[in-house]
Write a protein that binds this ligand. Sequence first.
Ligand code: FAQ
Length: 311
Amino acid sequence: MNSTDLVTSFERKIDAEDKIEPRDAMPEKYRLHLIRQISQHAHSEVIGMQPEGNWLSRAPSLRAKQILLAKIQDEGGHGLYLYSAAETLGISRDEMIRQLHEGKARYSNIFNYPTLTWADIGAIGWLVDGAAIVNQVALQRTSYGPYARAMFRICKEESFHQRQGYEIMANMMKGTVAQREMAQDAMNRWWWPSLTMFGPHDSDSPHSGDAFRWKIKRKSNDELRQKFIDKTVQQAEVIGLTIPDAQLKWNEEKQGYDHGEINWEEFKRVINGDGPCNRQRIEHHKKCHEEGRWVREAAEAYQRKIQSINN
Ligand code: FAQ
């Protein structure tokens, strides 16, 4: 296929809302765009296990511990589907991990904040998974088949995560004054970082142009952020939490909430490596990756043995 035919067949599929599959012709920039986004997404799921793992040994009941353990394992599974989806684009898992360790690949800014109390586990489930679902439901319609299909399963699991987080917050709000204060404090610290998970404003989002043209993104960063705010404000009201934004106000005309200014300086600092926990997160990942080397080597040795028996 010459390059003009390649572009025509790709664009015809995109226009027809057909999925692009791994063996289909695709422009190199589309492939690289997806590797960047899907690998960043996979790294986020895996690094995102750390702030929650911090509370496994201190969960307040056996039930809470079982639920948290299951949720963290789900996040690891999401990372694996996503690494596999990215591998179909011709990059190896080793290369993606190398890029993460060398600071060449990003992961979601949100996981560079510390989990100081048990209420933070509630806030992560409710707000962080809640924001992730809003973003990922839109990605179920993304144009790359393996990525879109991964999103279906991931979204089902994320909605359980969102509900377990909301349950923690709701229970704490029914508790003692100290518990209610703890829940509000977690809300105060996680609200603004959750809003930045959707990325910069549309006007400052360099990748959105290509992402929309190729139907990788189906809703813009600002549209998704607005959707998340509108649904979360109501949920906060039901359990008696206050959103820490004095400018938050219902706008009848747009049928959504207006909100205060997001701190984009902080966002930039955090995504460029200078958040409260960036170094700790990457060091921990490197350490665990090294400690798991023997498992990878054993799996490879086993595979070689099976192949030699079969040959
Ligand atoms: N954090 O031009 P745009 C989860 C970067 S999963 C860090 O708007 P794009 C589940 C961006 O990479 C959470 N960096 O970029 C869970 C770019 O830099 P680059 C992860 C960010 O790609 C819960 C630059 O800013 N979800 O939470 C962020 O069109 C609990 C310009 O930005 C996904 O990854 C950010 N938040 O839009 C797990 C969803 N935002 O690459 C465990 C898939 C932007 O040029 C526990 N990804 N940047 O150096 C997406 O939908 C998109 O990639 C966006 C960004 C919307 C994140």
